[in-house]
Design a protein around this ligand. Structure first.
Ligand SMILES: [Zn+2]
Length: 292
């Protein structure tokens, strides 16, 4: 009994000290929580005051926040033509009685030679927007186009829908075609027509930086629909005016029939000539050198 008493006293004393420590710690924890809350409150108040001051001094943007309004809205082709009038053209000046016949998607071995024959027969110089891989396949037809005084222009290498390809692919399509045409005709064509007439603003900017002029058309023969001679003729003759750039095709996709466009050509040439219209290449119509 006597021996255990000091231990008991010691034990009780320890318990008392521990209890007191816990109480102190609890108090300290409560204090620091309160402090944190107060600091947070002060920070929130300051932020609110700054925002209020800012709103008083800086009027809000009437049209809404930039990030809400400036979503990417791609410009339409009409907007792009307006924005880049000297780089992206549809027709030439209307003060001279001149038009440009343009033929896309060649060369091939079926329709392109027939069109060249008609042009030769009537001594008409036209512009051929050729596809690079077809020029690669039929270089002799490209040489003939050039030899017979026609203008050759770039219509990409594989005829992709350009708005769906990345920058690297797009630039390769243009450069690769240039690399095929230059040795065949002796110059780098600086007229470019995007397949399907579709092009993005970034592509226009790049083409412009490389001295290309993008040439679409303002008279569409719609010959690619396999139209008859009469339909092709009417589509061209009823829409043409001085300065027009006329779209026809000298080759199509597999199985496409372009005989209507070949047969319509003599009538188109004869009727416009009778009307005092002169046929020129696209560069001549636009007063541009063929190679820049
Ligand atoms: Zn095309």
């Amino acid at each position: 009994m006597n021996r255990s008493k000091p231990w008991l006293i010691l034990f009780v004393a320890c318990m008392l000290i521990l209890a007191s420590c816990n109480q102190q710690q609890g108090q300290q924890g409560e204090e620091s929580r309160q402090k944190r809350q107060e600091t947070q409150q002060q920070q929130d108040d300051q932020k609110n005051q700054t925002e209020q001051r800012n709103q008083k001094r800086t009027p809000d943007l009437a049209g809404g926040k930039e990030k809400e309004v400036r979503e990417p809205h791609p410009l339409s082709l009409a907007d792009l033509r307006q924005k880049y009038p000297s780089t992206f053209v549809l027709n030439g000046p209307s003060n001279k009685r001149q038009v440009a016949l343009t033929f896309d998607d060649g060369p091939d071995l079926e329709y392109t030679p027939q069109i060249l024959d008609v042009l030769k027969q009537y001594n008409v110089k036209a512009t051929f927007f050729v596809v690079g891989n077809r020029a690669e396949a039929h270089p002799e037809i490209v040489r003939r186009m050039h030899r017979e005084g026609h203008e050759i222009a770039n219509h990409t290498y594989s005829h992709p829908h350009l708005i769906k390809v990345d920058d690297v692919t797009f630039q390769r399509e243009v450069r690769q075609t240039d690399g095929i045409l230059r040795p065949l005709i002796g110059y780098s064509p600086k007229l470019f027509r995007p397949p399907y007439g579709d092009v993005t603003e970034d592509q226009i900017k790049w083409l412009s930086s490389q001295n290309y002029t993008i040439v679409n058309w303002n008279v569409d023969s719609l010959d690619w629909k396999g139209l008859s001679q009469d339909q092709v003729s009417v589509n061209v003759l009823s829409h043409v005016f001085p300065g027009s750039i006329i779209l026809q095709h000298s080759a199509g996709g597999k199985g496409e029939d372009l005989s209507g466009t070949v047969k319509a050509l003599p009538e188109i040439i004869q009727k416009l000539r009778a009307d005092g219209v002169q046929f020129v290449t696209t560069s001549e119509l636009l007063n541009l050198p063929r190679s820049r």
